[in-house]
Design a protein around this ligand. Structure first.
Ligand code: ZN
Length: 203
């Protein structure tokens, strides 16, 4: 199982990190070992002083697909969810400066929080989902999937040109503005359309 992650998919987040607006989706992969086991606390790794949360809408792939046409992309997933793409921002900045791959900053153990899944049929329009991340019960990130530069079906079509999608793969669709540093004893929770789908304690 692989985690296919999209970077820079919300204009407001591109602005807050002073990144260039991409002409194609920015894609990276986290290994399956990055998944934080259910109910486990997240331990800030010793190689970073600046781990950021990034809340993202997730899509779970249900069957094998390659070169998927955008109009058939909806046939490849039934479930949507919410998670966190933890990022060692200090390490990522160093790697980016040198033009090196981000993997160490994004793919380390526990760097992917995956919440509960909901059937997509629960929602009228996947391109109009409100979601938020709360830190110590205060909302710090709020997004709507309608603000994505590339929508879910476009992303599935795009990434399947490069990576064969397999059953159980998960797509992280990018984060809106409001990313920030975590500290020991923080408590994060993620809400999609009014339903809490995950919570995680920071150690
Ligand atoms: Zn992200």
């Amino acid at each position: 199982m692989k985690l296919i992650c999209i970077g820079r998919n919300y204009a407001d987040h591109i602005e807050e990190l002073a990144n260039e607006r991409p002409t194609d989706p920015v894609v990276f992969i986290k290994p399956d070992s990055a998944v934080l086991p259910k109910e486990q606390d997240f331990y800030i790794p010793d190689f970073s002083e600046d781990v950021h949360y990034e809340v993202e809408v997730l899509v779970k792939i249900k069957k094998v697909g390659k070169h998927i046409d955008e109009k058939f992309a909806h046939k490849y997933y039934d479930e949507v969810g919410l998670g966190i793409d933890f990022t060692a921002r200090d390490l990522q900045s160093k790697l980016k400066e040198k033009g090196l791959p981000w993997e160490k900053a994004k793919g380390f153990d526990g760097a992917a929080v995956i919440g509960k899944w909901l059937p997509k049929s629960d929602f009228e329009d996947l391109n109009n989902l409100n979601f938020s991340l709360l830190k110590n019960t205060v909302p710090v990130q709020q997004g709507n999937t309608g603000l994505m530069l590339w929508k879910i079906d476009e992303l599935i079509s795009y990434v399947s040109r490069y990576f064969m999608l397999k059953k159980g793969d998960i797509i992280f669709t990018g984060t809106p503005a409001g990313v920030g540093r975590i500290q020991t004893n923080d408590y994060l929770s993620g809400v999609l359309e009014g339903k809490e789908l995950f919570s995680v304690k920071i150690k």
